[in-house]
Ligand binder design. Structure first.
Ligand code: NAP
Ligand code: 3JM
Length: 346
């Protein structure tokens, strides 16, 4: 008999693409659960989800859902987090929020455990999980930052449709079948569910993720820019991003150009990446071996390859970073934070 303390856990957004992965990881990792409350919208209330051989009935998430809850995972969109996180905190829960609602709040730690695990203990009831594209990039660049410093990052992303939720996965599959069958395609969700203009994702690349801001960048691009500085704790890093949706189901890929502050040799760069926690160096061009979304899907690690010195700037590198956006990019990073809380390492 283990005498590990057990926790009352709630998951808000359990029927979603992220929520589904959170519960799978809680099961696989044997998260120390005393009781598990599964929450979603009114639409899902009454449906059941099986967890460790038990059928758990989904309840509607309301302000009074959090009585007795110790740890609450939120992935039901920013508005739900803004509404319900304060109630969960009041009820005594620590919230791990997957949405952008609290990420840039100066009082809220924004945590990637491989980068800034110490920030977890600074929480005042909510810990924010960064954007998926940011997480895999900062986790990979952290050892290079610590050793050489980083002055600039230029990133272009190739993002999977699952990042836009389960309905976007269905839409890509439906459109792909329609194109192959020579039928007309009627876009319904992408690029942004809440905006009226839609574009075909099947056999296409859409240079818009989230809405446009006045500066010409999209909100997703600004998340990468602002969150990278906050997580690294360094506002001096110059970051620019172009975020693109492509017809891949799971796994975001990123082409990253990074300027370091000091001279480096490639052997040391490779060794730093190969030994970084949570990172797999997969870089054997002679065997045409490099990270692929199809290989990274379903894995919790982040994969980096195509690592090469820039031809114009000898202090800069180019690389290709791939990770499962629903795992390290969302559910795994959140459950990892939960594991720090439950292990008392906070
Ligand atoms: P999704 O597949 O569309 O699922 C949305 C979930 O939210 C469903 O469980 C849905 O429940 C629930 N929901 C919707 N309205 C609700 C309401 N009024 N009250 C309670 N629950 C409600 O989306 P997803 O991809 O899982 O993403 C969910 C959220 O997680 C996103 O909106 C985003 O904020 C965040 N996210 C974060 C990352 C990251 O990188 N950290 C990545 C992806 C997403 P019903 O089935 O009952 O409608
Ligand atoms: C990924 O409805 C919403 O507020 C969710 C929008 C969203 C986000 C977000 O801003 O929280 C969809 C997909 C994210 C994210 O991780 O930033």
């Amino acid at each position: 008999m283990s005498n590990q303390k057990l926790f009352n856990v709630a998951v808000v957004g359990i029927t979603g693409a992220v929520g589904e992965q959170i519960i799978r990881l809680l099961d696989e990792r044997n998260f120390p659960i005393q009781s598990l409350k599964l929450l979603a919208s009114k639409r899902s209330a009454g449906k059941t989800v099986s967890f460790k051989g038990q059928e758990i009935v989904i309840e509607e998430a309301t302000p009074s859902s959090f009585e007795g809850v110790d740890i609450a995972f939120f992935s039901a969109g920013g508005d739900i987090s803004k509404e319900l996180v304060p109630h969960a905190i009041k009820a005594g829960a620590v919230c791990i929020d997957n949405t952008s609602a609290y990420r840039m709040d100066p009082e809220t730690p924004l945590v990637v455990p491989e980068v800034n695990v110490d920030m977890i203990k600074e929480n005042k009831g909510v810990i924010a999980n960064p954007n998926c594209s940011t997480i895999q990039m900062v986790a990979t660049l952290k050892p290079l930052y610590d050793r050489f410093g980083i002055s600039r990052i230029i990133v272009s992303t190739y993002q999977a449709v699952s990042g836009a939720g389960s309905r976007a996965i269905d839409e890509m599959l439906r459109q792909s079948r329609a194109v192959l069958d020579g039928e007309e395609v009627t876009p319904d969700i992408l690029p942004v569910g809440s905006l009226p203009r839609k574009h075909q994702i099947a056999f296409n690349a859409i240079p818009q993720i989230d809405k446009f801001l006045e500066n010409g960048f999209t909100n997703e691009e600004m998340k990468m820019i602002n969150e990278t500085k906050k997580i690294m704790g360094d506002d001096s890093i110059e970051v620019t991003a172009t975020c693109v949706r492509i017809p891949v189901t799971y796994g975001h890929s990123e082409s990253v150009y990074v300027e370091l502050k000091d001279d480096f040799d490639m052997e040391e760069i490779r060794s730093l990446l190969a030994n970084a926690p949570g990172i797999v160096l997969q870089d054997n061009p002679e065997e045409q071996d490099y990270p692929l979304a199809t290989d990274a899907a379903g894995k919790i690690e982040t994969f980096v390859g195509r690592v090469r010195r820039d031809l114009n700037n000898p202090r800069a590198l180019n690389m290709w970073i791939v990770s499962d956006n629903l795992l390290k990019g969302a559910a795994w990073n959140a459950v990892q934070i939960g594991e720090y809380l439950t292990s008392g390492q906070k």
